[in-house]
Design a binder for this molecule. Structure first.
Ligand code: NAD
Length: 480
């Protein structure tokens, strides 16, 4: 049994009530650990520690903060293999993906914000009436960071690193479905010598520990990534207290393929953008629209390639897809496949659970699934599935595909495949999303604004946007 502990005031401790709940390994359905079932009292202890640490931490020089964050980044790199194995075991994702993407990105997050704060500048405005205005930027105080299960350490550190780099102290909660690497991070923070109370990691469920963070009056800002319904609940709790909110929510992203695209590149990347991390990335293109003149050719080649993907043991480097994150999630995704059939869809490939042999027989595996023949406005094409399931449909005109692409309540990202620069520009500007990938997917630059519109969220992460979120601006006007 691997026992996870909270990290409060620099120490590893259990939940104050002594309660814990099971942590599952999705690859075999077995319980392999215990997670503290923290409640309001644990959050209060974390807030107390963070409040006490704030005056000193916010007064620590940028260089000292930067050096500490760089030390944490180095420790993540030094523990790369252990962290990748833990992430794969806890989440079900292929070890290959955890090794190449999740863990390197976690250290990159710390490194990026550790160095960004050394290059900050603020504005000054000269005023005609012989005065100068200068903008001061100060940390907020105690802030909350709440993250989901799909990219556990990657998204957890994407919030924590800028929050503490900017001089705040933090109460953070990882998803209760994938808490392991956040726990290992707390050990690395102790090793790095991060002062007690600067970062507090409290484990537990959304309704208990998560809700206590949104409700706490001393937590002045909340950065949340997760589902749209949870985001709505957090906003309803926090908005009357006028907390600053950054909400990164669900998506139902279109992948638009024009006939003049680089066919092979669009095909290869579409397989990846549909099924990477078992389709459990908020940016995955789950609705594929293909211009009619290449529809049959693309569809056949796509279904063939998808059919060749290997669903297997996450710990096996040859697996293309591992397990989905939990039993309830597997059932939800398979429920959507049934709904698609009821709505008139035809399964081109996949559409069923995969039963692996031996010790993995009770794992949560789903064959990568491609469905055609569905109306753009049916439930399957409107609701977020967040699993290895995509739909594919033809289109005739730019206008038609834009209408279908923009038809959902979400607006996180979109992908466009075309070699016509004018069209790329025109379509990108008409898409109602926060992010557009043209002839690529998930090509990340951490300086760019990241976030969605409509029910995909409010606010932007990344670069100066997130450092602005985690600070307050104050204008000082000096009459000369
Ligand atoms: P979720 O909303 O169920 O949980 C996310 C986090 O919120 C967890 O830590 C959970 O414990 C916590 N939580 C739950 N109820 C809470 C409450 N009442 N108060 C405070 N916290 C609470 O989401 P999930 O299932 O973990 O993640 C999947 C979702 O995340 C998908 O919708 C996906 O699109 C979205 N997501 C979005 C992005 C993005 O950048 N926009 C990135 C990754 C995932």
């Amino acid at each position: 049994m691997e026992i996870i502990q909270n990290y409060i005031n620099g120490k590893l401790v259990g939940a104050e009530n002594g309660q814990s709940f099971d942590n599952y390994n999705p690859s075999n359905g077995q319980v392999y650990g215990q997670i503290p079932d923290s409640t309001q009292g644990d959050i209060q202890s974390a807030v107390d520690a963070a409040s006490t640490a704030f005056p000193l931490w916010s007064a620590t020089t940028r260089l000292d903060r930067s050096n500490l964050l760089l030390k944490i980044a180095d420790l993540i790199d030094a523990n790369h293999d252990r962290l990748a194995a833990a992430e794969s075991k806890d989440n079900g994702k292929p070890i290959k993906l955890a090794s190449r993407v999740d863990i390197p990105r976690a250290s990159a997050n710390f490194r990026f914000f550790a160095t960004a704060i050394l290059h900050e500048s603020t504005e000054a405005h000269q005023t005609d009436q012989d005065a100068i205005n200068m903008t001061l930027r100060t940390p907020i105080g105690v802030v909350g960071c709440i993250s989901p299960w799909n990219l556990p350490l990657y998204l957890f550190t994407w919030k924590i690193a800028p929050a503490i780099a900017a001089g705040n102290t933090v109460v953070a909660k990882p998803s209760e479905i994938t808490p392991m690497t956040a726990f290992l991070l707390s050990e690395l923070c102790i090793e790095a010598g991060l002062p007690a109370g600067v970062l507090n990691i409290v484990h537990g469920t959304g309704p208990n520990a998560g809700q206590a963070i949104s409700e706490h009056p001393e937590i002045k800002a909340i950065s949340f990534t997760g589902g749209t319904e949870t985001g709505k609940r957090i906003a309803a709790t926090a908005a009357p207290m006028f907390k600053k909110l950054s909400l990164e929510l669900g998506g139902k992203n279109p992948n638009i393929i024009f006939a003049d695209c680089d066919f092979d590149e669009a095909l290869k990347t579409s397989v990846h953008s549909s099924f990477a991390n078992q389709g459990q990335i908020c940016l995955c293109g789950s609705r594929i629209f293909v211009e009619r003149s290449i529809y049959d050719r693309f569809k056949d080649a796509f279904a063939k390639k998808v059919n060749q993907l290997l669903v297997g043991d996450p710990a096996d480097p040859s697996s293309n897809l591992g397990a989905v994150v939990s039993k309830p999630h597997m059932e939800k995704v398979l429920g959507f496949v049934e709904l698609a059939k009821e709505e008139g869809g035809t399964i081109l490939t996949g559409g069923h659970q995969v039963k692996l042999a031996g010790a993995l027989a009770n794992g949560y595996y789903i064959a990568p699934t491609v469905i055609e023949g569905l109306a753009y406005d049916c439930q399957t094409n409107q609701q977020e599935i967040f699993g290895p399931v995509v739909t594919i449909a033809p289109f005739d005109t730019e206008q038609e595909v834009l209408m279908m692409a923009n038809s959902t309540q979400y607006g996180l990202s979109a992908t466009v495949w075309t070699t016509n620069l004018q069209r790329a520009n025109r379509v990108s500007s008409e898409l109602k999303t926060g992010i557009v990938w043209v002839n690529c997917w998930l090509l990340r630059d951490l300086r760019t604004p990241f976030g969605g519109v409509k029910k995909s969220g409010v606010g932007r992460e990344g670069g100066w946007d997130v450092l602005n979120f985690f600070t307050e601006k104050k204008n000082v006007c000096i009459k000369l």
